[in-house]
Design a protein around this ligand. Structure first.
Ligand code: UD1
Length: 354
């Protein structure tokens, strides 16, 4: 059996790592196609190196652009690649433009599509990811859902007979890396003290970065937090802040380039809290027992909200009071599985091929 994975953006490389290992263990032929959506070494290469992902077999080198330009270039690049390989499954991951492009390309060529991390919904149609998820789920033949909530969303949309609950592969990679870095030092910039309480922050969603007033308000709120804040600045944030003339430092705020995955996991483990608008990081904070405050009106990962492990604060009115808080008391539920989802993914792909 041949599986062809299409990835392109940082969170997809993280999900690819355990899946590639599980497919290799199961003896499945696996072709990796990188669209080139993310291309900076810190956004791409370090993930392949640190997470021991085989180098992509094909690299489309698409790069950045508006949604239409970027997605269109991926479609044009993928056509001959899918035609050449004719895989048993085109496996797509998550909700980026690379996901949608691969799904559209495959469905037009009558190639079976499996969507990993199917069924997530924010119900916020301003998010590009929401269009990407919904369109991909409805194009796909096999929907690999991470949680029961995702399964329920798929059933509501009439997709129950194509859906399988496999668990969350991000748990697999997160726990594996956590166990590997637990005894290593926390690497923070020299301007910060890893022995004292600190917060870790990321902001990259268009709704938070693209309007000067909104970005200014978020940066002002981060500068005003009670302990030092390390902002891991995504290139999109850096570009938008420069356009708007906004400094990403000042007050308690420190800025640095995005971390590699192991460095990130270690830093989250040692942090007093995480402040973010990332989907993946909300869940990583939850998995690593660190309270998270999310600068968005809603979350797809609703399970993290239980017991206050994650708090939504889109209007920034509570951030100063809640960013540093005690870990919630009591037993934490485990809605994202035990770290063996990728094996199930490989099994289901094998069982359902053809
Ligand atoms: C993309 C995904 C988003 C995901 C995020 C993870 C879409 C619509 N969005 O958002 O779901 O959460 O990745 O990081 O697919 N840039 C660089 N170097 C890079 C990559 C990007 O400088 O290696 C800059 C460029 O200015 C680019 C901008 O970042 O225009 C945005 O990149 P893009 O891939 O369009 O979207 P992300 O914001 O990264």
């Amino acid at each position: 059996m041949k599986v062809l994975s299409v990835v392109g953006a940082r969170p997809q490389f993280v999900k690819l790592a355990p899946v590639a290992a599980a497919l290799a263990d199961a003896g499945v032929e696996h072709v990796i196609v990188h669209t080139g959506q993310h291309y900076d070494a810190r956004m791409s290469d370090v993930f392949f190196d640190d997470l021991k992902i085989p180098a992509p077999d094909v690299h489309l080198g698409v790069g950045s652009g508006s949604h239409g330009v970027q997605t269109g270039a991926m479609l044009a690049g993928l056509d001959p690649v899918l035609d050449q390989h004719k895989p048993d499954w085109v496996l797509v991951y998550g909700d980026t433009n690379s996901t949608l492009a691969a799904a559209v390309c495959a469905v037009k060529m009558h190639l079976p599509i499996a969507h990993l991390e199917a069924g997530l919904r924010s119900f916020n149609r301003r998010m590009p990811e929401e269009h990407n998820r919904v369109l991909t789920d409805h194009a796909a033949d096999l929907l690999l859902a991470p949680t029961q909530v995702a399964m329920d969303h798929l059933a509501t949309e009439g997709l129950a007979d194509r859906s399988v609950l496999v668990g969350d592969v991000m748990t697999d990679v997160c726990f594996l890396v956590r166990d590997g870095v637990a005894d290593s030092p926390i690497e923070l910039p020299d301007s910060m003290d890893a022995g004292a309480p600190y917060l870790l922050a990321t902001i990259h969603r268009p709704d938070n970065t693209d309007t000067p007033a909104r970005l200014e308000a978020i940066v002002a709120a981060l500068r005003d937090l009670p302990v030092p804040v390390l902002l891991l600045a995504h290139p999109r944030l850096v570009a938008k802040a420069a356009d708007h003339g906004i400094e990403l430092t000042g007050g308690t705020l420190h800025q640095t380039a995005p971390f590699a995955y192991p460095q990130m996991v270690r830093a989250v483990m040692g942090a007093a809290g995480v402040v973010t608008d990332s989907g993946g990081l909300q869940k990583e904070a939850f998995l690593l027992d660190t309270p998270c405050t999310t600068i968005r009106p809603e979350t797809e990962w609703v399970e993290t909200l239980e017991n206050g492990w994650n708090i939504l604060d889109n209007d920034l009115s509570r951030l100063r009071d809640v960013a540093v808080r005690e870990r919630p008391a009591g037993a934490k539920p485990a809605p994202y599985g035990d770290g063996h989802a990728a094996q199930t993914v490989a099994q289901v792909l094998i069982e359902r091929a053809g």
